[in-house]
Design a binder for this molecule. Structure first.
Ligand code: BG6
Length: 462
């Protein structure tokens, strides 16, 4: 369903080249692209840090080493030979004149803005004025705005300089193999579709937990919080993959169209259905404002206003400093209409489990009889697949796709808008903030979201 859109990029430029994202994701992804896919185009880093080219190469080496790459192999030498560096202020037209010079004969460069969004407008404008934007693609990183209105304003700015089909918005969860596998499993089999609706599904829950705090990102995180950082994007993308209608037709936009339509039908969050928490110790993180009321944990109950999902509650939660690092979604089926065997313990209701990370699994939970005279049973899981972990890192997949002009795994402005629409009523301090101890599953108030609809299922570390 993917269709390469025009030419393959013949130069790669990334802004924010001395920053955290470049170090953690972009250099390792570029190294992987050179090693596995023979990437062989000029790569230019642009940043305010006054480095020489050698210092820039050293940064690439440190990054690749820190992320498990072999800096002695041919691929790394090749990567070094492709690197260029342009230091300077993004407000200075000379920086962009120099970039244009470095681009030489390149006819379709790709520019990746790994910089804070308040700089997007400046950089996009300078790219256009210097001729660097001609026939170019633009990759932008979340956060796409701080709320619905600022996201729209940002989009209007980018649209001035780049046509929509040349803009690639990264939500790196879309580049994760197990997230794609949710769609694949649902739509490459016919047995699930008849069950995938309000008649058979009792509830859905999605957990994305991290067992570490905000680390060295205090200043960034304190301007965002869990709802903006993760729930509004990664978690809603997982939700959309689990609940969207099957794509129709042959158009390569079919999947994104269905996702957009699903997200537009999610009811905006009600403050009574949101629980926010902050781990104890967060306020001591450098960069966090004293007395900050930013949440490091958020749990919510959502509803989808459609025939398929009418009345089915969807519980999602994410948090830092929880007991494990794991992402998992569970679709719980309804209980049988009566308890035929009169078992004393409440019986499980059957489920389908999609484990996204750190390992990958798809499993079907059912009840089976325990051997013996009595008609009592046990909840077991049929594991359809289990894989140790993710193969290609999401950034490698996504940057490769953007260079090839394949946009399926990127988010679209209408999807971003629909996601903001869902959370906009509960941003900032609309709901109370509860403290929680690190290494726990967050504030106990989050249990109350369930009422009689079940309880949180805490994913196991393994
Ligand atoms: C990022 C968030 O988008 O996703 C981080 O800014 C979060 O706060 C990260 O830790 C999680 O990504 P992953 O791939 O490690 O699950």
């Amino acid at each position: 369903m993917s269709s390469p859109n025009g030419t393959i990029s013949d130069a790669f430029v990334f802004f924010g080249a001395s920053g955290d994202l470049a170090y953690k994701q972009i250099f390792p992804a570029l190294y992987g692209l050179v090693r596995d896919e023979g990437l062989d185009i000029p790569i230019t880093g642009v940043a305010r840090t006054e480095w020489t080219l050698d210092e820039f190469k050293k940064r690439a080496e440190d990054s690749v080493k820190a992320h498990g790459g072999d800096v002695k192999d041919e691929a790394f030498k090749k990567l070094l030979s492709l690197l260029h560096y342009v230091p300077g202020d993004y407000a200075d037209p000379k920086v962009f004149a120099e970039l244009r010079k470095q681009l030489g004969d390149a006819k379709s460069p790709l520019h990746y803005l790994a910089i804070p969004p308040f700089l997007f407008s400046e950089v996009a404008g300078q790219l256009a004025n210097s001729g660097c934007a001609d026939n170019a693609r633009l990759v932008v990183e979340k956060p796409f705005g701080r709320d619905r209105q600022s996201a729209q304003e940002l989009s209007d700015i980018l649209d001035k300089y780049f046509p929509e089909k040349h803009i690639f918005r990264i939500d790196h969860y879309l580049g994760k193999e197990p997230v794609q596998n949710i769609l694949y499993t649902r739509f490459a089999n016919s047995i699930f579709e008849p069950l995938w609706n309000r008649n058979h599904v009792r509830s859905i829950q999605i957990t994305m937990a991290e067992n570490f705090g905000v680390q060295d990102r205090g200043a960034f995180y304190d301007g965002a919080g869990a709802i903006r950082d993760v729930l509004q994007n990664h978690m809603l993308q997982i939700l959309a993959s689990l609940t969207m209608d099957p794509p129709t037709g042959q158009e390569h936009e079919a999947i994104r169209d269905r996702k957009a339509s699903l997200l537009k039908s999610v009811r905006p969050l009600d403050a009574h259905h949101v629980v926010r928490g902050q781990y104890q110790g967060y306020q001591k993180v450098p960069g966090v404002r004293p007395g900050s009321t930013v949440e490091t944990y958020a749990a919510a109950k959502l509803f989808i206003d459609s025939w398929r999902w009418e009345g089915v509650p969807i519980f999602i939660r994410t948090g830092k400093c929880l007991p494990v690092t794991v992402a998992e979604a569970v679709v719980q089926f309804k209980k049988p209409p009566r308890e035929t065997f009169g078992e004393i313990e409440a019986i499980g209701c059957g489920h389908m489990r999609f484990r996204i990370q750190p390992d990958v699994a798809i499993a079907l939970g059912t009840r089976v009889k325990v051997p013996g005279d009595r008609m009592i049973g046990d909840d077991v899981e049929l594991v359809l697949t289990r894989q140790p972990g993710v193969d290609k890192p999401p950034y490698q997949r996504l940057l490769g796709d953007a260079m090839d002009g394949i946009s399926d795994l990127f988010t679209r402005q209408d999807i971003v808008d629909a996601e903001w629409r869902i959370v906009e009523n509960v941003l900032d301090n609309v709901t109370p903030l509860y403290a929680y101890e690190p290494d726990t599953w967050g504030p106990s108030e989050a249990e109350q979201l369930f009422g009689s609809d079940g309880r949180w299922l805490n994913p196991s570390p393994k």
